[in-house]
Design a protein around this ligand. Structure first.
Ligand SMILES: *Cc1c(COP(=O)(O)O)cnc(C)c1O
Length: 231
């Protein structure tokens, strides 16, 4: 077995155990393999190991992989997610090529996504990125601005809002991240009480995904634990 296949197996086991601990059904937890800096050959190994959803955070690097002929012929059906910060002028390169855009954090950005999706005659699935701490995360909408943004985005015809995403501050001790994951879930629950249907919570990375699952993550974004340290 390749080291990637072994890592995928180990990560899946940890996801299952975290789901079990928190009384959740593992089928509602999607593993998104983060492939930034990872080359096509290693992505192919991940596909062979059974992974189906891949995440990229830079437009240029992502496009090469999404359009890779080599990957398409070997992979069958895989799904790409755009997980990084998206600039308005890059929206046209992302809409339609990625099943889900994880980190939408302004009205201006969602307007452009809606406009580009309309041009292509599609509905683009998105998540809203929430900034849960003052200093640590650069991007994301504040808690106060979240509900107004959800209301605005829900009016667009060519966007489907599926949920929320966050990148909490990094702690060596993953337990310290728990309040942030919990907070994102509470914000989602508040939005649901206000009549919005937001099933997805994209939260948790290599060092803290088990805590995120215990707090309700439906998508975990994992790079290092599958592909090893990035250079
Ligand atoms: C790189 C990245 C990840 C994965 O990080 P790891 O620690 O390698 O698992 C997850 N989410 C986003 C937005 C990233 O940029």
């Amino acid at each position: 077995m390749s080291y990637i296949a072994e890592n995928v197996k180990a990560v899946r086991t940890r996801i299952e155990q975290a789901a079990k601990r928190s009384g959740r059904d593992v089928k509602y937890i999607k593993l998104i393999a983060v492939t930034k800096t990872v080359d096509i050959n290693r992505i192919k190994e991940a596909v062979e190991a059974g992974l189906k959803i891949f995440g990229e955070n830079r437009v240029q690097e992502a496009q090469k992989k999404v359009t890779s002929y080599e990957l398409r012929v070997t992979s069958g059906k895989i799904e790409w997610h755009f997980i990084g910060h998206l600039q308005t002028n890059k929206v046209k390169d992302v809409v339609g090529s990625f099943e889900l855009i994880h980190a939408v954090d302004s009205l201006r950005l969602s307007e452009e996504i809606d406009r580009q999706a309309k041009k292509r005659g599609i509905v683009q699935d998105i998540l809203i990125e929430v900034k849960l701490s003052e200093e640590e995360s650069k991007y994301g909408i504040t808690e106060e601005e979240l509900l107004p943004l959800i209301e605005s985005v829900s009016k667009f015809n060519n966007i489907k809002l599926l949920g929320l995403m966050a990148i909490p501050p990094f702690f060596d001790d993953a337990e310290k991240t728990r309040p942030y994951f919990k907070r994102l879930r509470e914000l989602r629950d508040e939005a649901v009480k206000n009549g919005f249907n937001l099933p997805e919570l994209s939260m948790g990375m290599s060092h803290d995904f088990e805590t995120a699952i215990e707090e309700g993550a439906t998508m975990v974004r994992i790079g290092t634990a599958i592909f090893g340290e990035r250079k």
